[in-house]
Ligand binder design. Structure first.
Ligand code: GLC
Ligand code: CA
Length: 557
């Protein structure tokens, strides 16, 4: 019995590479350290290309590796057209790109256009030049409020907590939607616009195949003389006219970028990180704009049949409206790793009632003891991965998920680095727990990350997740990723998906093309595959019955 409820259009064989790619996110400081100083670097990436090639990814996206005071993990950029000396040189970058390309792996770099670092020469100049100067026009400076201007211009809050304004020595204030060290740029400035075009050309000329655009829904702002209060701001709709975010005029910027992307052969690609109303996402993903946009709905969903199915239906519709393909993300450098998310019993409290600390949409216990069902979380993560890798569109993987890594909750407070932690004491532990250096071997000073220490400390359990150990075990999650990506590459044709009825609320089934079907059991109960040939499964399938909390790729008999 089957029913056709939703069919997406097929796309021809010569579709551009990014439409259905597997993209692997490297967080450079935590990937591999080539010189033993405890900081992952570009030569480290080059030295581990075999791992990426065996995994079979189509592209690598590198989080920022630019010179930076690291007030926000490198998303505070001091020079957009260079490599942080701690991470290497432009020559190291060229060698890395050459080596990745030689393995058929594309390179995507991160571009951070909403704000610079406070250490950027422009901001240094703005501070020195003083009120009313052209240098201050590149940023968003205002006088303070109160009789003597000693209060911030408004009560707006930054995303990392605390005021969104910071006062400078001469008494003016500047806007920072993120960390204090990340002053927002003024996108009315022609100089700002021209400079980012130069940056895009710079990396495209050096072989970058695409760009990931950080907080793509900010950039342009419309701040009149009288600024609204936080409450007034919050009451305004995000419909393209909001003074701070998701403004229609941001797409004028991306149209100019698109013109540059299209000068290259093949055209450079881009993916927008845009946290906007779903209805407005197609504007970012359109062919006249950035071309693709992240969809974070799976990352925000529980391991739940209805939620997963709705997320897929909704996002395939959005993608069809934009003409782009969809994207799927289970983890990235900003959220709690998904095996941990899927292993947390009661949101907000541990089993014995102790409060958890919030991080984003997830709750974690700060400081060590685990409220976690590690095995259950791992099992659900395997199932979710096979589900997502079978969907039409691009899959974005985050380094370490192929090892099944859990969030590291046991980082001592005095070793934490994320501004979210420091600006929200006792409320949010921040994002360091997914940024701990990768374990490559079960021993050595930093588990093979490098010959020296590990930066953020690696807990002892990480040894069990070491690449070399997982490589030896054919049942490991690493082999599951390798096998799934290889099989996906063989099976992928068009972008169609057809839902199949299962007669069960807790079981989701869909067909791709040429008889490739995917079944996921979200509950504890097994599901009889009715003699279908099992191509790959997240758990063994005894007697043709897919166990609970598992996914199988099958070909019906
Ligand atoms: C994006 C990045 C995040 C960063 C923020 C500010 O959300 O993913 O890591 O903190 O932008 O640049
Ligand atoms: Ca290093």
């Amino acid at each position: 019995m089957s029913s056709v409820e939703h069919v997406t259009p097929a796309v021809t064989e010569d579709a551009p590479w990014w439409r259905q790619a597997v993209v692997y996110q490297v967080y450079p400081r935590a990937f591999a350290d080539s010189n033993g100083d405890g900081i992952g670097d570009l030569r480290g990436v080059t030295s581990r290309i075999e791992h990426l090639a065996r995994l079979g990814v189509d592209a690598v996206w590198l989080s920022p590796f630019y010179p930076s005071p690291l007030e926000d993990g490198g998303y505070d950029v001091a020079d957009y057209r260079d490599v942080d000396p701690r991470l290497g040189t432009l020559t190291d970058f060229d060698e890395m790109v050459g080596a990745l390309h030689a393995h058929g792996i594309k390179v995507v770099v991160d571009i951070v256009p909403n704000h610079t670092s406070a250490a950027h020469p422009w901001f240094v100049e703005a501070l020195a030049a003083g009120r009313g100067s052209a240098a201050r026009e590149r940023y968003i400076f205002r006088e303070g409020s109160g009789v003597d201007g000693s209060q911030p211009p408004t009560d707006w809050e930054s995303h990392f907590g605390g005021s969104a304004w910071e006062r400078v020595a001469d008494g003016q204030w500047y806007l920072h939607n993120f960390a204090v060290g990340q002053p927002d740029l003024n996108w009315h400035s022609e100089e700002v616009r021209a400079d980012f075009i130069e940056t895009i050309r710079f990396w495209s000329d050096r072989g970058a195949d695409g760009f990931r655009v950080d907080v793509a829904h900010y950039l342009t702002k419309d701040l009149g003389e009288v600024l609204p209060s936080k409450a007034e701001l919050e009451a305004l709709p995000w419909d393209g006219t909001h003074p701070l975010a998701d403004r229609d005029d941001v797409h004028e910027v991306y149209a100019t970028w698109r013109a540059v992307f299209d000068e290259y052969d093949p055209p450079r690609t881009a993916v927008a990180e845009a946290w906007v109303d779903a209805d407005r996402l197609p504007l970012y993903a359109s062919a006249e704009g950035l071309g693709q946009a992240f969809n974070f709905d799976l990352l925000e969903a529980d391991f739940d049949a209805t939620q997963f199915r709705d997320v897929v239906t909704h996002n395939l519709d959005l993608a069809a409206r934009s003409g782009s393909s969809s994207t799927w993300v289970l983890s990235n450098h900003d959220v709690v790793r998904h095996p941990t998310r899927y292993g947390l019993a009661v949101p907000g409290r541990t089993d014995d009632g102790r409060p958890l600390v919030k991080h984003g949409a997830t709750w974690l216990l700060s400081g060590g003891t685990e409220p976690l069902d590690r095995e259950g979380g791992a099992r659900r993560a395997r199932a979710a991965t096979l589900f997502a890798l079978a969907l039409p569109g691009s899959m974005y993987l985050y380094q370490g998920e192929e090892l099944g890594l859990h969030e590291v909750v046991e980082i001592p407070d005095d070793r934490r680095e994320d501004p979210t932690f420091f600006r929200n004491p006792g409320v949010d532990v921040g994002r360091d727990g997914c940024r701990v250096p990768l374990p490559w071997t079960p021993d050595g000073p930093s588990l093979g990350f490098g010959s020296g220490p590990a930066g953020l400390p690696q807990p002892g359990w990480m040894a069990d997740y070491a690449v070399s150990r997982l490589e030896e075990d054919p049942t490991s999650i690493l082999h599951l990723y390798q096998d799934a990506i290889a099989l996906r590459r063989r099976l992928l044709r068009g972008e169609e998906l057809t839902w199949r009825a299962t007669g069960r609320d807790d079981v989701v089934r869909f067909a791709r093309h040429e008889g490739w079907e995917v079944v996921t059991t979200f509950g504890r109960e097994g599901y009889d595959l009715d003699g279908a040939e099992v191509l790959l499964s997240s758990m063994p399938v005894p007697d043709g019955v897919l166990p609970g909390e598992a996914t199988a790729w099958v070909r019906p008999s």
